[in-house]
Design a protein. Structure first.
Length: 502
């Protein structure tokens, strides 16, 4: 089999990534060399490739599903929002500056060849490329500079399927309205609909799919069931709007309060904790929801200084201080930006992130941070703490500098690699390393240490996070195989067997 396909959606977070993931695994099972592709991705969840390039986590997971080595061509343009009006632009894995939303529209003309060449490169090296759109392809104010949706399909000669989320309600209006809004030269690329997240008996849909095809000429190629929480690396910001929850009773196991920073990045660092039996992860956005957790996690952020100010203004910083001063303090873990907040100061002499040249930190750890223009993106291995090894990756502008008397949390690393620190008691720890909880041995050791410090009854589960991810990918693939008209979908793929140039 040779060819390509574009998977679009009626909106963000309707299941485009899920469908691409499932189709990648189905083709990989058949021995087809398949690659995922997303021309432009807006996400604060990123991953580092083997050569040090930065791509969206969703494309990294899709590459895992495809059993292919992740590479920057799979996500040539990555936008990482720094505010409501601006985002850092990552091109072919490297940071290329910050742009406002208005200026971004103008720069898309310059990025179009980058996107098209990356897709052409993948199509030359893989049998099949499964492309994912972004948001909705019917944003008529953005059609002129479309990098990633039906503009891409038209330039590359790709057929497209459109995914709609029935759980939101109005799925038929969303599918029909998307096609109806598009100009004919773009709507012609839409060859099929997929309805996602359906609960119950499919017969409840009645003749609606047939009626929809009669109205717009596009057939429904499948109805995917609601698969529940998948625990895979989220991409769209909507998927990160997780509600706060109350503290569970002490008998329920370990209570983890993950702080929902306004500019939270790499929230996927917490996904491995959520698969652990007896570990309850809840996202906390205000001091009143903090409770008495066993573990508090301050994760990464694309706006460290702004989020530090938010911690103070929200009352959470004061609530942390009160917990730490109590008779049974929680363990507080800072990852990347979270670690930087915990130091004595944050310096930004070149205005990389903020106009404030010096900001007072929380003062919990003996270190300070200096933002540098060059961004560090690299895989890191061989870190050790208490005899337990851990590997992961770094994505940061902040250079964390130790102060006299600073205690390391991890040992055995090269100078200026994956900096870490802990306080005297070991109740406040931090690292620049992302992905540390994906290490099963480290995760078990760390949770056991938290439980012992807090007097909690928690037992090692032996859960493999990599195996759990594989299980979820296979669940998605099995659902696609059972509920999609794969014969029609593969015909669409093969209809784009020859790349279109120009």
């Amino acid at each position: 089999m040779r060819g390509a396909l574009l998977v679009c959606g009626t909106a963000s977070d309707v299941g485009k990534s899920t469908v691409v993931t499932g189709l990648c695994r189905l083709l990989a099972r058949r021995g087809v060399a398949v690659a995922p592709f997303k021309g432009q991705n807006m996400s604060l969840n990123s991953m580092v490739t083997a050569d040090g390039g930065e791509i969206g986590r969703a494309q990294w997971v899709q590459a895992v599903a495809a059993r292919a080595e992740p590479e920057v061509a799979m996500n040539p343009v990555l936008l990482k929002p720094t505010s409501e009006q601006a985002a850092q632009v990552v091109v072919l894995g490297r940071a290329a500056g910050v742009e406002t939303a208005t200026h971004d529209q103008g720069s898309k003309a310059e990025l179009t060849p980058v996107v098209d060449e990356a897709l052409a490169s993948l199509r030359a090296r893989f049998d099949v490329v499964l492309c994912e759109g972004a948001g909705s392809p019917a944003e008529i104010n953005l059609l002129r500079h479309d990098l990633v949706n039906l503009g891409l399909a038209r330039r590359a000669g790709l057929p497209a399927v459109l995914v709609g989320d029935i759980e939101r309600g109005g799925v038929f209006a969303h599918l029909y309205g998307t096609v109806a809004l598009l100009p004919p030269e773009l709507s012609a690329s839409v060859k099929g609909f997929v309805i996602n997240r359906f609960r119950g008996d499919r017969s409840l849909l009645g003749t609606a799919p047939v009626d929809l095809e009669a109205r717009c000429g596009v057939p429904t190629l499948g109805v995917l069931p609601h698969l529940g929480p998948l625990g895979l690396d989220a991409e769209d910001s909507l998927a990160l709007e997780r509600p706060s929850g109350p503290s569970p009773p002490a008998s329920a196991g370990l209570d983890v309060a993950a702080i929902r920073l306004p500019h939270l990045s790499n929230a996927t660092d917490l996904d491995p904790l959520a698969v652990e039996p007896g570990v309850h992860v809840r996202w906390v956005g205000h001091a009143g929801a903090l409770g008495q957790p066993d573990l508090v996690v301050l994760g990464g952020t694309r706006a460290t200084v702004a989020d530090l100010q938010w911690l103070r203004e929200s009352g959470l910083a004061g609530a942390f201080d009160a917990l730490c001063a109590g008779p049974s303090p929680p363990v507080i873990l800072g990852i990347c930006g979270g670690l930087q907040m915990m130091g004595s100061s944050i310096d930004d002499p070149d205005g990389v992130e903020t106009s404030a040249r010096k900001t007072r930190g929380l003062g919990w750890l003996r270190l300070h941070t200096v933002f540098e223009k060059d961004k560090v993106t690299r895989l890191v291995g061989a870190a050790v703490t208490d005899g337990v090894s851990v590997s992961g990756y770094e994505v940061r502008h902040g250079c964390v500098l130790p102060e006299f008397g600073r205690r390391r949390w991890f040992e055995g690393l090269e100078r200026d690699t994956a900096l870490s620190a802990r306080n005297v008691e070991g109740t406040v720890v931090g690292t620049t390393l992302h992905g540390l909880f994906e290490n099963d041995g480290f995760r078990s050791w760390f949770l056991a240490d938290v439980a012992a410090r807090r007097g909690r009854d928690w037992r090692l589960s032996g859960v493999s996070y990599a195996a759990a991810r594989e299980h979820q990918i296979d669940r998605i693939a099995d659902a696609c195989e059972e509920h999609l008209d794969l014969e029609s979908i593969w015909e669409l793929v093969e209809s784009a067997a020859a790349p279109v140039h120009g």
